[in-house]
Design a protein around this ligand. Structure first.
Ligand SMILES: *Cc1c(COP(=O)(O)O)cnc(C)c1O
Length: 442
């Protein structure tokens, strides 16, 4: 595989067993000279980010498996002490238990198939789930009765609707309005289930008041229901660090510690200080754990055609309009280059498929000298990238290597020089957006 005669050493004890291991993504590109996209997995970064979350959150931390359910991710987390997983489907139950047979699974999907509920309770011994409608309570109760189980062993979280400022808004799909939620809690309490209140504000939430508003709603629901609340689940949505758009005024993103402090202040202020807390982080745990080494297949002016795209690893950045941090890895075999290597230019990125919508909604800022055959390391793509790959057009990146050093890039939240006006039709709308992504689906 290596064209340079480099013999990669095989890691026997690592999560991605047998994965080749490199110091940096640059080594991956220059030693393998890959024509297919390659995922660079950093188990050390993953474990560190999971610990960082647990260090600031004084409750039960359940990793949201849908964010990235790769075996190497779940195994790394479980080996590092993650004991609770937020799951939504039989495949996720199996994936979580495969790495950690005694892990606790929280089945936090509010709308479930009857047969999946049975599998969860009977085979996987799951005892925690979510509802946002009385018919779902009836489905859950039917299975509990059929299996002759005690409702008291179950906690049913009522998912409340929340609205706010997330890159992805989920309040339109799930969640009960406050009066309805209070009624559901009374119904659940009457049956003998333990009651919880849950919300999920969306993903990549950068405004702390979003959580505070949901916590206030949860308090309103609690006070109206007047039943004991065993747990408060504040969901996921905690933001990861992405690139900074030099054309926009920087809205400083609060570091996790600060965001968590304001959440915990709201928890105390709204009378949940003694209620056990649950969180379901996904993105903030796994985003930094992967980068992607992609290759430039063709440069046309300020357009770059690359060997990945929205139907492979980059759909999350497309729908969430995230500006991804990138590094240029020039091909040393290219002798002649044009332009100024120190001038950063916004390139419009075209994906590998023949689909005309396969164009990123945000540019990549790269040196003017980037050219056909070069590689681009795309950072912080651990969340919602591998999990959202499709086989569309026959492209399906599936090679993972391990990389020791964290991804580093100058444009991680730092400001870049003001770019030139785009030429050759690129970013003609000057906002770097050609296509409106569809309504989010997550
Ligand atoms: C997707 C999801 C999460 C994880 O969200 P992140 O934004 O990745 O942290 C947590 N809880 C629920 C219910 C979800 O649907």
């Amino acid at each position: 595989m290596s064209k340079s005669g480099f013999v990669p050493h095989v890691v026997a004890d690592s999560a991605a067993i047998g994965a080749q291991r490199f110091a940096t993504a640059r080594d991956v590109a220059l030693q393998l000279r890959p024509d297919q996209p390659i995922y660079c997995f950093r188990p050390g970064v993953l474990a560190a980010d999971a610990r960082a979350f647990k260090a600031v959150f004084p409750g039960k931390t359940a990793y949201a498996v849908k964010t990235n359910g790769e075996h190497e991710v779940l195994k790394t987390l479980a080996d590092d002490g993650m004991a609770v997983f937020d799951v939504a489907s039989p495949a996720e139950f199996a994936a979580a238990r495969a790495v950690s047979p005694r892990s606790e699974l929280l089945y936090m999907h509010p709308v479930k198939a009857q047969s999946d509920i049975r599998l969860a309770f009977e085979t996987y011994k799951i005892r925690v789930t979510a509802v946002d409608h009385e018919d779902e309570v009836a489905k859950v109760l039917r299975i509990v009765r059929a299996l002759d189980l005690d409702p008291e062993d179950f906690t049913l979280f009522v998912r409340i609707a929340s609205k706010g400022e997330a890159a992805y808004e989920l309040s339109k799909k799930f969640g009960a309005a406050p009066a309805h939620a209070a009624e559901l809690l009374q119904r659940i309490d009457n049956i003998g289930f333990k009651c919880g209140i849950a919300f999920h504000v969306g993903s990549q939430v950068e405004d702390p008041t979003t959580y505070e508003r949901s916590i206030a709603t949860a308090a309103e629901v609690r006070d109206a229901a007047r039943v004991p609340i065993a747990e408060l689940d504040i969901g996921g949505g905690f933001p990861a660090l992405y690139g900074a758009d030099p054309r926009k005024r920087q809205t400083a993103m609060p570091p996790l510690t600060e965001l968590m402090r304001s959440i915990l202040d709201a928890v105390a202020k709204h009378g949940f200080g003694d209620t056990p807390l649950v969180a379901e982080p996904g993105r903030v745990v796994v985003a930094r754990a992967y980068s992607l080494v992609a290759r430039v297949l063709l440069k046309k002016g300020q357009r770059l055609y690359i060997n990945d795209g929205i139907w492979s690893s980059l759909s999350d950045s497309w729908t969430g309009k995230l500006l991804l941090p990138v590094n240029h890895i020039p091909d040393p075999a290219r002798r002649r280059r044009f332009g100024d290597p120190n001038k950063m230019v916004p390139f419009r990125i075209y994906g590998a498929t023949c689909d005309s919508v396969d164009v990123l909604s945000r540019p990549f800022y790269l040196p003017e000298t980037v050219d056909t055959g070069d590689w681009i390391e795309i950072g912080h793509i651990g969340a919602y990238s591998l999990s959202l790959r499709t086989r569309f057009n026959g492209f399906y990146p599936d090679t993972v290597v391990e990389v020791d050093q964290p991804f580093e890039s100058a444009d991680l939240g730092a400001s870049l020089p003001e770019p030139e006006r785009p030429q050759d039709g690129v970013g003609g709308d000057s906002r770097g957006e050609l296509h409106e992504p569809p309504e989010e689906v997550r």
